[in-house]
Design a binder for this molecule. Structure first.
Ligand SMILES: Cc1cc2nc3c(=O)[nH]c(=O)nc-3n(C[C@H](O)[C@H](O)[C@H](O)COP(=O)(O)OP(=O)(O)OC[C@H]3O[C@@H](n4cnc5c(N)ncnc54)[C@H](O)[C@@H]3O)c2cc1C
Length: 293
């Protein structure tokens, strides 16, 4: 049982981790060893105090060095579910891990890709975020895969080994998958429809020559960097897609805090770092004093 589980290895999560470490708390930090695309892909950072004209890559390396000096490891697992259970939290990952903590900090960043109408409604009834968890359910079937990063192409290949037909809808250029049963569509669907389960993927117009604007499918996989916070933790209040937080980064769920881009604009490193720090101090106070209400 950890004092805290931090989900997200961007500036907000790292700042929270460094503060919890300084405060002597036990925690796990979930994310990636290369921390965040939103750090590494920044060409030149001009507005971060103390670092003038640093590249994203150099910023990332400085953060990695700081984590390693503090002996803070990043657990490279993707969190698929957070469960609030009587004063503690359970966290499950795509890799099959299950962890428990007294508090959580959601520092997930934001996806620029919007969820599709019907996606949340059909989650677990034909919509999945995890190829390796649910792929076997679609053996010999027809599925659509929304993929936001080349990094997930091995998961698409895994699905193509099982399914009869895969409609791949990538949001990036340079797809490197060439299989007979993978059909690439360069148009985002607008809606997922069905009765009890997913049945149809609806486009505003035919997504390719000779294709229908309503595709009959058995399932949809959305392979994205992050999962929407409200999907991750049931009952979490959001507003316009952002986690609703108080001044001390507390969400509506006791013991659950949030920081960084996922709580709202401005999307900036300094804001993410500041909020991560506040969230970690709030966690420390919560562990010490309990709920004061
Ligand atoms: C190209 C580019 C350039 C930018 N330049 C600047 C700049 O010059 N100055 C500036 O102030 N801001 C800049 N920004 C904005 C800045 O990158 C973001 O505001 C900042 O990274 C937000 O930090 P964060 O920690 O909230 O989220 P992120 O950096 O997005 O980190 C979130 C992390 O959480 C992980 N994660 C998400 N979901 C899960 C899950 N379910 N399980 C495990 N891990 C998960 C992700 O993999 C990611 O590592 C730039 C952004 C981009 C894209």
């Amino acid at each position: 049982m950890q004092d805290c589980i931090i989900i997200g290895s961007g500036p907000a999560g790292i700042s929270a981790a460094l503060t919890l470490w300084a405060n002597g708390k036990s925690f796990m930090l979930f994310g990636r060893a290369d921390l965040s695309d939103k750090i590494t892909k920044a060409e030149l950072i001009r507005n971060y105090p103390g670092l003038s004209l640093v590249t994203g890559q150099a910023f990332c390396e400085a953060l990695q060095a700081q984590l390693s000096e503090a002996k803070i490891a990043v657990t490279e697992e993707k969190v698929l579910g957070v469960y609030a259970l009587n004063g503690k939290f359970g966290v499950s990952t795509k890799e099959g891990g299950y962890y428990e903590s007294k508090t959580v900090i959601l520092a997930l960043g934001v996806e620029t890709v919007k969820t599709i109408e019907g996606e949340t409604e059909f989650l677990g009834r034909g919509v999945s975020y995890c190829a390796t968890c649910d792929g076997f359910l679609y053996k010999g079937k027809t599925i659509a895969v929304l993929c936001t990063n080349k990094r997930y192409e091995h998961e698409v290949a895994y699905l193509a080994d099982l399914a009869e037909t895969v409609y791949l809808i990538p949001t990036y250029k340079g797809v490197e998958l060439a299989r007979e049963n993978i059909k690439i569509l360069r148009k985002m669907p607008v809606k997922i429809e069905g009765d009890q389960r997913v049945e149809t993927l609806v486009f505003s117009a035919p997504p390719a020559e000779g294709a229908e604007a309503r595709l009959k499918i058995d399932g949809v996989f959305a392979l994205r960097e992050s999962v929407s916070p409200a999907v991750l933790l049931s009952g979490l209040e959001t507003e316009n897609g952002h986690v609703r937080v108080t001044r001390d980064m507390q969400t509506n769920i006791k013991g659950c805090f949030s920081a960084g881009d996922c709580t709202g604009r401005p999307y900036q490193y300094a804001k993410a770092v500041g909020e991560g720090n506040i969230a970690a101090h709030a966690v420390t106070a919560f562990l010490r004093d309990g709920d004061q209400e």
